[in-house]
Design a protein around this ligand. Sequence first.
Ligand code: GDP
Length: 466
Amino acid sequence: MTEPTLGAVLDLSDTIVALATPPGRGALAIVRLSGPAAHDIARAALDRWPEQPRAARVSVVRDSLGEAVDEAVVLRYDAPASFTGEHAVELMTHGGAVVPTTVLAALIARGARLARPGEFTRRAVLNGKLDILQAEATGDLVSASSHAAQRAALRQLDGGLSRRVLALRDDLIALEALIAYDIDFPEEDDGPIAPARISAAADAVVGALDRLLATARAGELVREGALVVLAGAPNVGKSSLFNAILGQARAIVTDIPGTTRDAIEAIVDTPTIPLRLVDTAGLRQAVDPVERIGVEVSESYLERASLVLLCADSAETLAAAATTIAERTRAPLVVARTKSDLAPVSDEALAADLRATGARAAVAISAESGAGLEALVQTVVKVIVESGGEIDLDAPVLTQERHRFAVATAFAEASAFRDVWTAGEVPAPVAAVHLRTAVQALEDLVGRVDVEEILDEVFRRFCVGK
Ligand code: GDP
């Protein structure tokens, strides 16, 4: 078999069909059809055709020999008011291993082609229904493995990130328009726009790009989860706490191979951000080789942690571990006072723990009774979010490396423009190249390029004195 060529994939004259639901047993399945002949093909296979777009109609579906294969609910969409922007039909068929496939076959027999992966979304992009960021969000939404990832993808699908990126692109274009006069009349000392005003506009856009770039950290938290490392002396109850949190929360334990002295990791899905909870071996002075491996794992985790949960069952065990751990991490600390069912922990004791360790918070918990576990998880999330500077998890965030790279490029280029412009060392057309590159980076990110739009803007502003 040969690989499909790009041309074939991009060919919008085909009508494509696919099963939109996973194969296998289920009450219902959805067969989706899109393309110029979608209506004709579906109509030929149906006894009844929906008179109105977006209104459901029940109909028998027939194969190419005229034999009934199912009774389905049919929805018709008229271009451009559909997901893909083309004529489209959705058939809600009965589920299972056979029915959806025979419905699919009936439509292929009448001229539809089986869609390639992502082809419906690709058509939506080509027809201007979604931009690339939104298309990406569709994929992220389907594969979201935490509530935070789901919310971030929904916000991106809504176009929030695209709007922010395009607003920044417009600011850069406005800046290009401001220096257009200088490009045309380089010999004149005083153009209509004061150089200081251009510098101020450049400062503003560089600052805004920097703030957008800073959201990549929130994006990383959403995607990867925040690394929370349990640390403390042996036998203080770390493993019990780990298991108790997992027992309460919706968690997936990942298999990190190794001995009992190695680390185990689990994802705890909190409503705000997913936590990657890691239980490492105690920080006892390592003597035997197996234990040493455990300590080394602890240290490598401690260096990368978003937060370290300092576990201790008394002021003494806390003191024993606190210094060693604090030396090995830059992450904020939260004290978990364990085994609170054995001896109640007073507020004074918790306050003393904070003073002794410099931790952000101290929470008394019992793995045995479950007391304090929820408060501990909430505290951990709060400290992580707060320690990230101004991260706002409800604003659009850069969730992918591709996003970060594009915005970092735009930021670097806009900064370079500001610097050379302020220094006045290079002619305006040369400085403008930096702006053009920055605009290009943002347009590539969103997947929209319209040179006409830029020229319009430039000339609209330029006309003043010319
Ligand atoms: P680790 O070495 O720090 O991982 O400690 P473990 O989780 O293995 O616990 C050490 C001992 O303390 C075990 O015997 C546990 O049963 C006990 N333990 C841990 N958590 C609690 C708790 O919340 N209450 C009580 N009563 N005992 C606990």
